[in-house]
Design a protein around this ligand. Structure first.
Ligand code: ADP
Ligand code: MG
Length: 300
């Protein structure tokens, strides 16, 4: 099996490389081509996952794939965009067909779920497994949600439970193949595309929570030139997280852990999600009754 046979067999499958209204050319030519009508904006986001950094060695390739696509599509959700296709650059240490079959099966499941086809990519050999995905999504022109735009007086909301992603991490580091219960949150987080669609008309700012609530809300504060007062007692957490770690550690995960992929947004009216605090004058997030020093994940 040479490089082109590999691409054809594992990536150019009809269930993965399917078409849609915007795709003129998918896998097979020098470029993929979108035809985006002028009333839409096209949004792009690129994410790289490195074995041993973003997922454990020995993780199930199916789970690596579902996670890779979900976390990338989460960035589209944060803009309130709808996915239209993704490209995949993959560096593989070997041509392990069993591994590739499981990996492409995982991609198929996620691509079908989010209706986001594989439209092109690059396949290379290298010393360790590295996966880069670029996702593409559309909104009506000018209507993508941004980190800027939060106004003093707005309220702050999140789309769902926080802390599960960080709580799952020690479990999968201990047992990389584990993918049930809390560990499921690590390998198959749900990108909040539907939620983004619900809030897009009234949210003043939005982002996805990938590096920890406090750090990510600070990005909204910086981009919008505001501060926030957040009440830790209002942070939603799953029963499973609290039972596994106790309330204190669970809250720590919810505030500073990463990998949740819920949305945080601001708005001056409440229709969706869970209220956790207010936008105020200032320049950073303050947690009521807490001193935040370690605020979230950073690579460097
Ligand atoms: P080129 O040499 O023109 O860059 P390649 O030979 O690398 O093209 O790839 C051939 C075709 O297969 C292209 O359409 C490319 O987008 C696609 N492709 C290569 N690798 C992947 C991959 N991992 N996933 C999806 N499509 C891929
Ligand atoms: Mg070419």
């Amino acid at each position: 099996m040479n490089e082109f046979q590999l691409i054809k067999r594992f990536f150019q499958q009809p269930s993965l490389a399917f078409s849609n209204a915007y795709l003129r050319q998918g896998i097979g030519d020098d470029c993929a081509t979108f035809n985006i009508p002028s009333e839409y904006d096209l949004h792009l986001s690129l994410d790289t996952l490195v074995e041993g950094v973003h997922f454990p060695f020995q993780a199930n390739p199916f789970d690596i794939a579902t996670r890779a696509l979900a976390v990338s599509i989460s960035d589209l959700a944060a803009m309130a965009a709808i996915p239209v296709g993704f490209t995949l650059a993959i560096t593989l240490p070997s041509k392990d067909e069993t591994w590739l079959k499981k990996f492409s099966d995982g991609l198929i499941q996620a691509a079908q779920f989010y209706q986001c086809p594989l439209i092109g990519g690059d396949t290379t050999k290298g010393p360790s497994l590295v996966i880069s995905l670029q996702v593409h999504g559309i909104t009506n022109a000018g209507e993508g949600l941004k980190r800027s735009g939060a106004q003093v007086g707005d309220k702050v909301y999140v789309s769902g439970n926080l802390g599960d992603g960080a709580g799952a991490l020690p479990l999968v580091l201990d047992r990389p193949e584990l993918n049930t219960g809390l560990a499921r949150q690590f390998y198959a987080p749900l990108a909040q595309i539907d939620f983004g669609q619900k809030i897009k008309t009234y949210a003043s700012s939005c982002m996805d929570i990938s590096d920890g609530l406090v750090q990510d809300l600070n990005h909204i504060c910086a981009a919008s030139g505001v501060g926030m007062k957040i009440d830790p007692a209002l942070i939603p957490m799953s029963e499973e997280l609290i039972q596994t770690y106790g309330k204190g550690q669970a809250l720590q995960y919810a505030l500073t852990g990463g990998d949740d992929y819920q949305l945080a947004y601001t708005a001056n009216q409440c229709q969706q999600g869970i209220y956790i605090g207010d936008v105020v004058q200032g320049q950073a997030v303050k947690m009521l009754g807490m001193d935040m020093t370690n605020t979230g994940f950073q690579h460097f």
